[in-house]
Design a protein around this ligand. Structure first.
Ligand code: KIV
Length: 278
């Protein structure tokens, strides 16, 4: 199976070919996404909620992300693997950004993603100049849930819309290889997508981005705690999982599982000798 590198992701924009990307958090989900040839898999800090059960993305640590990343890397040999830098792993200094991004690359990531525009431009610059590919992320920034007083669509006023356009142009200049546009009006995403030469990857930002990204658990209907407007349940895995698990539990309780097909029997000779000697 071919391995997707950054050039292949950028070629989608050149060919005007929309592409789907997805998050993954373990070996099994990563293997499925890789076999389906998702060009890019993000080890999202959304793991904070869907894997570790925190309320938002701020608590997850580098250690927790690295654990998840390593499992995804083992499962995915075709997708480009991008690791999401957790809250406060890059904001404090260039040194922190380089040290932590370096840990992700050494753990097998092909690139890292950072949330923010002009306020983190110097960190992005330092990473790119050190040979670490960076994916940008502007608009609704989940790590800023406290500063933004909740999850709110961004860029709705003329001033905020202009700021986001300027941020997109600045990040492109800093060398990011693609840009996530989260939670911004569709028309603004369209303008940004046309203004920059790198692919935009939208989530809750309409159909005119070059690609789309979604959280694994959202599209599969696995995470029922929060179902954001930007997503669609393409199947109800929560229901399927519950029904499968209930069948297993009931089978054991009723004595229907395991059957003779599910375990090994001793040979009659060994059984006889064992019975006689004990
Ligand atoms: O962590 C995440 O899931 C993200 C989204 C953009 C998909 O950052």
């Amino acid at each position: 199976m071919k391995k997707y590198y950054i050039q292949a992701i950028q070629d989608f924009k050149t060919r005007k070919q929309p592409f789907a990307t997805i998050t993954a958090y373990d070996y099994t989900s990563s293997s499925i996404c890789s076999a389906l040839e998702f060009p890019l898999v993000l080890v999202g800090d959304s793991a904070s909620m869907v894997v570790f059960g925190y309320d938002n993305t701020t608590p997850i640590t580098m250690e927790e992300m690295i654990l998840v990343l390593k499992a995804v890397v083992r499962g995915g040999d075709s997708s480009l693997i991008v690791a999401d830098m957790p809250f406060l792993s890059y904001q404090p200094s260039k040194r922190d950004a380089l040290h932590n991004a370096g840990q992700f690359i050494k753990a097998g990531a092909n690139a890292v993603k950072l949330e923010g525009g002009r306020e983190i431009a110097t960190k992005i610059d330092a990473l790119v100049k050190s040979g670490i590919p960076v994916m940008g992320h502007i608009g609704l920034l989940p790590q800023s849930i406290n500063a933004m007083s909740g999850y709110k669509v961004q860029g709705k006023t003329i001033q905020k819309a202009r700021e986001l356009i300027d941020d997109a142009l600045l990040l492109e200049k800093m060398g990011v290889f693609s840009l996530v546009l989260e939670g911004i009006p569709g028309e603004l995403a369209d303008i940004i997508t046309k203004k920059i030469n790198i692919p935009t990857i939208g989530i809750g930002s309409g159909p005119n981005c070059d690609g789309q990204i979604q959280v694994f658990h959202d599209v599969l209907g696995l995470f029922n705690k929060l179902v954001p407007k930007h997503t669609k349940k393409f199947t109800d895995s929560h229901k399927h999982f519950s029904s499968g698990l209930k069948k297993y539990k009931d089978s054991v309780e009723r004595g229907n599982f395991p059957t003779s097909k599910n375990y090994t029997k001793l040979s009659p000779k060994v059984l006889k000798e064992l019975s006689e000697s004990s």
